[in-house]
Design a protein around this ligand. Structure first.
Ligand SMILES: C[S@@+](CC[C@H](N)C(=O)[O-])C[C@H]1O[C@@H](n2cnc3c(N)ncnc32)[C@H](O)[C@@H]1O
Length: 262
């Protein structure tokens, strides 16, 4: 495994923005916000988005009237988020903070948020267990928590659909490794088993109220179509149902865990 890259997205805002426009990333966002929408209510008036990237989720949350604090270590992603939020007329409802998971305790004490998201961030921190715990323990009771992690099983199935070598797949399966990062800047990390993440959430006082697979079929279908676009509406409908299926949900490209602080 390569050593963890502390801020693997520094200087990659343009590449990150291009990735967000791909059909699979659009689907990821649509599925994640649909899952979260099942748990959100008007009571969740203020939100902390940790590892906020270029503010895509924050814009949705602020657009629905919430006060959002974005915590993001990469300067150019913070700039991109500021631009996105300003263009949408949402900047006045948002604070963009230069920080990491290490700053969450202080921010929670100051802002007592009603919700916190940590979407595909734990893959990039040096040690995910204390990082998750440090984000969740300080939260006030009733706070909604949304955690998204990459799923090595989904990665393997998508690689198989693209014609990967069985021997390589076996090595990857045995190593329990995750490939993370952007094209040209990829590295491997130990996987974050979803069951272990859910267990750590419970240990930090968060009751898990939703568990979803994100992109169960899309990546396999897209590979089989040989690059032809798969109908986005049809695949959204399919992956929404598959993401809640007790068996299929374990095979998604990401696992989405939603919880509530007790
Ligand atoms: C894969 S991106 C996900 C961005 C966003 N949460 C999303 O789902 O679209 C990972 C993000 O985590 C940020 N990040 C990296 N290390 C971090 C840390 N220690 N604390 C908080 N965020 C971090 C990166 O700069 C990047 O914006």
């Amino acid at each position: 495994m390569n050593p963890p890259a502390p801020h693997a997205f520094d200087g990659l805002a343009a590449q990150y923005a291009a990735l967000e426009e791909t059909p699979w990333q659009r689907l990821r966002h649509r599925l994640v916000t649909a899952n979260l929408g099942r748990h959100l209510s008007a009571a969740h008036r203020s939100w902390l988005d940790v590892g906020a990237g270029d503010g895509l989720l924050a814009a949705d949350l602020a657009g629905a009237g919430r006060r959002v604090t974005l915590v993001e270590p990469a300067a150019d992603l913070r700039d991109a988020a500021r631009h996105r939020l300003a263009s949408a007329g949402l900047l006045s409802r948002c604070d963009i903070v230069d920080g990491t998971t290490d700053d969450v305790g202080r921010l929670v004490a100051a802002r007592a948020p009603h919700g916190l998201s940590l979407h595909n961030v734990l893959e990039y921190v040096p040690d995910w267990v204390p990082a998750l715990d440090g984000c969740l323990r300080p939260l006030p009771a009733g706070c909604l928590v949304s955690v998204l992690v990459s799923n090595p099983y989904g990665q393997l199935l998508a690689a198989a659909a693209r014609g990967a070598d069985p021997g390589d797949l076996l090595d990857r399966l045995r190593s329990g490794a995750l490939t993370v990062g952007l094209d040209g800047h990829r590295f491997t990390r130990p996987a974050l088993p979803a069951e272990e993440v859910a267990r750590r959430m419970r240990t930090a006082g968060v009751r898990v109220v939703g568990r979803y697979g994100v992109r169960v079929f899309n990546d396999v279908l897209a590979a089989a179509a040989g690059g032809r676009a798969v109908d986005p509406e049809a695949v959204f409908a399919l992956d929404r149902v598959a993401g809640e299926d007790p068996v299929l949900s374990h095979l998604g490209r990401h696992v989405h865990l939603v919880g509530e602080k007790e």
